[in-house]
Write a protein that binds this ligand. Structure first.
Ligand code: SF4
Ligand code: SF4
Length: 431
């Protein structure tokens, strides 16, 4: 188990028992060319082109980039700049849906007959990125850099942010597919050992997952680890510490200590791509908070968030805000015109936060130091950032901050520490 972190009220009971529903197809899908870590994809269609569901509409512009596919069939209405859920904007291929949902031909395969390189290439062509929020191209994670060796795959089933239950529902409803995806990932990395990390609030599915992992045809050994509920249990570094007992060095990557971590929905997307030829064109997300009924919805990429809010009867009264992702690391949505993208884990309607007009001084209570899972000294770091002492921020390891928000959460002075650390990191990049 890792040091620090906080115990949160999880509010998962609002949506935990809600089956995954297929969300109606959007009339128009606006599919951003930049919805992954790395370079935006290059469009390969133009206004007026007819496209099929699953057809490539954007190609990677470099090694760290991703293929983009159409999530509906129809006609390209144009390439327009659209707001992204995270606040930035991106050119997007806008497709007028013809309502036919006509798909490209998708090839079924037996993954047991595929070589690791073939799997990696299929994952790349399917445009799969990390679906837990990071959106890092999955094929890059499956390509271990020369000189490094991966020996342990961890499936991240923690979903440690309060309110979110999409991964839980996917594991519960499609357990076999997720486990098969995990086996395929192990084969791509030539690894025989995998773990599935679940938080204690999902222990009701632990026996089912264990059973599914036991009935395997392949020689890959999968162990289930039920972990205490402690945020940020699902952060890569902390999950590795809890599951494998190893620490990722400062500034390093999980692969430096032989570990590679994947999200539940990413594993399922790998299975769908490799076995069914289905590219990443939809995902499951949770809509919850101040809505008449919380839901877990399977939504096509490019669906406007405004349409989902209408469908769920969300009333945007004064004093409410829309958060994309979880309440701890999510971001406030500025435009409901933004579309769902590959990394959209949830849409939350929450009360507006009251922010003090001025940053209040630190009262030196030390709570943030106890809570920081990265063993940083947030009180000191925030003082340095407030005084624009960027070199001091470097000395106090601001680069190691994972922006989990534990320090702000426990701070009685309500100091906006994550905002200060994001600002300091942006300034450091400029130095
Ligand atoms: S936001 Fe950064 S400094 Fe604050 S607790 Fe998390 S890792 Fe530590
Ligand atoms: S929790 Fe807030 S008030 Fe307490 S030491 Fe940290 S920054 Fe200062």
């Amino acid at each position: 188990m890792f040091n620090g972190g906080v115990k949160l009220v999880d509010f998962k009971e609002l949506s935990k028992e809600k089956h995954i529903e297929d969300f109606p197809l959007p009339e128009k899908a606006a599919i951003p060319l930049s919805q992954h870590t790395g370079l935006p994809a290059k469009p390969v269609v133009k206004k007026g082109d007819a496209v099929l569901k699953g057809q490539v509409i954007g190609e990677p512009a470099g090694f760290i980039s991703s293929f983009i596919h159409s999530s509906v069939s129809g006609t390209v209405a144009g390439i327009e700049n659209v707001p992204l859920p995270g606040g930035k904007s991106s050119p997007a291929v806008v497709i007028q849906n013809d309502g036919q949902d006509t798909a490209v031909e998708m090839e079924k395969r037996n993954w047991l007959s595929l070589q690791p390189k073939e799997i990696v290439s299929l994952v790349r062509e399917a445009g799969i990125v990390g679906m837990g929020g990071a959106a890092f191209p999955t094929f890059v994670k499956l390509t271990v850099p020369e000189g490094k060796k991966a020996d342990c795959v961890i499936l991240n089933g923690c979903e440690c942010e309060p309110f979110l239950t999409a991964d839980y529902r996917v594991l519960k409803e499609q357990c076999g597919g997720v486990i098969e995806g995990l086996q395929i990932i192990c084969r791509a990395l030539s690894i025989q050992k995998a773990y599935i990390g679940l938080e204690n609030n999902k222990k009701d599915i632990a026996a089912m997952v264990k059973n599914a992992a036991r009935n395997l045809h392949d020689s890959i050994k999968i162990r289930i680890k039920v972990l205490p509920e402690r945020y940020p249990q699902g952060s890569e570094k902390h999950l590795i510490k809890s599951v494998a007992g190893k620490e990722v060095p400062s500034g390093g990557l999980p692969v430096d200590i032989g570990c590679v971590v994947f999200n539940v929905q990413t594993a399922l997307a790998v299975r769908d791509a490799v076995c069914c030829g289905l590219p990443l064109i939809e995902r499951v997300l949770t809509v919850t908070g101040l809505v008449p009924e919380s839901r877990n919805l399977k939504v096509r990429i490019g669906t406007p968030i405004s349409r989902i809010l209408d469908y769920c009867g969300a009333e945007m009264k004064p004093g409410r805000r829309i958060v994309i992702g979880g309440p701890m690391m999510g971001v406030n949505l500025h435009s409901a015109d933004a579309p769902v993208i590959k990394s959209t884990t949830g849409i939350l309607i929450l009360p507006q936060e009251e922010m003090p007009e001025e940053i209040r001084p630190c009262i030196r209570c030390g709570r943030c130091i106890e809570a920081c899972p990265m063993r940083l000294v947030p009180a000191e770091l925030s003082r340095r950032a407030e005084n624009k002492d960027w070199e001091g921020c470097v000395r106090f390891d601001v680069a190691d901050c994972i922006e989990c928000g534990c320090c702000s959460y426990v701070c009685p002075a309500k100091r906006p520490m994550v905002e200060l650390f994001k600002w300091a990191k942006a300034e450091m990049r400029r130095l």
